[in-house]
Design a protein around this ligand. Structure first.
Ligand SMILES: *[C@@H]1O[C@H](CO)[C@@H](O)[C@H](O)[C@H]1NC(C)=O
Ligand SMILES: *[C@@H]1O[C@H](CO)[C@@H](O)[C@H](O)[C@H]1NC(C)=O
Length: 234
């Protein structure tokens, strides 16, 4: 008999646990806003530049999104990073439209650093790989002409190989790579993370894949997953 009484009480208990854990996760993760490896890379780039007496550069989300499309142009071919690069026309034909960047605001690219490897690298490791792997890498990192930057990281299908891309420009930060309505289309984002959008983005190290999602949606998914996990353990 006790078994049946327990079974009747269960649905309510489960529902309570679901709501409680969902609320808990939403509150806890709301405070966590700097969770984006591409933004972390830009911060490292700027501290490295200023330590070497170069001015810091502005993080531009339109350029960051373009850096992610630049990576996607390799279609996962890690070995092509050193000797191939996307056609210059891709910026106007593909990258800008995908990112919702207004063509008239595209500015000159004054430096680019691209790297790929099978193992995930932290942003600090990635900076070393990007700089040491390029001819005149340090010169590019410290370039005096740069005024702004966009960085991106992406795995293929959420796993390796991992690509990193940093694009520098000498455009006016407030008037270049302007995104229509200020929001990059969702289709431009997945899979990967880019800088300048103030979005949380799970890195491959903590999320099992370089998957960028709308921050709110990812919190909700995390909350629901935890809620389901809690329901099963009851
Ligand atoms: C920097 O700017 C100068 C003047 O506009 C230009 O001549 C030079 O080619 C630029 N250098 C790079 C690396 O873009
Ligand atoms: C800047 O980055 C390069 C490449 O990772 C590194 O060799 C150098 O030590 C860094 N400089 C500073 C001041 O951190």
């Amino acid at each position: 008999m006790a078994v049946f009484a327990g079974a009747r009480a269960r649905p309510l208990l489960v529902l309570g646990a679901l709501l409680l854990s969902a609320l808990l996760v939403l509150t806890v993760t709301a405070a966590d806003s700097q969770n984006n490896p591409a933004d972390q890379l830009v911060a490292l780039i700027n501290s490295n530049r200023t330590a070497s007496k170069s001015a810091s550069v502005s993080d531009n989300q339109g350029l960051g999104c373009i850096a992610l499309q630049y990576i996607k142009a390799y279609e996962g071919h890690c070995d092509q990073v050193d000797d191939k690069k996307p056609m210059e026309s891709s910026f106007t034909d593909t990258f800008a439209p995908t990112c919702g960047v207004q063509a008239a605001t595209l500015s000159r690219i004054t430096g680019r650093l691209v790297a790929c490897q099978s193992k995930y690298a932290t942003p600090a490791e990635a900076l070393g790989i990007l700089v040491n792997g390029a001819k005149k890498g340090l010169q590019t990192l410290h370039g005096k002409n740069h005024t702004e930057v966009g960085a991106a990281v992406s795995g293929t299908d959420g796993g390796g190989p991992y690509f990193w891309c940093v694009l520098f420009s000498d455009g006016k930060p407030a008037a270049s790579f302007e995104v229509v309505d200020g929001e990059v289309p969702k289709a431009a984002i997945h899979p990967g993370c880019f800088s300048g959008s103030n979005d949380d983005c799970m890195g491959p190290a903590n999320g099992g894949g370089a998957v960028s999602t709308n921050a709110g949606a990812s919190r909700l998914v995390a909350a629901l997953l935890l809620a389901v996990a809690c329901a099963f353990t009851l």
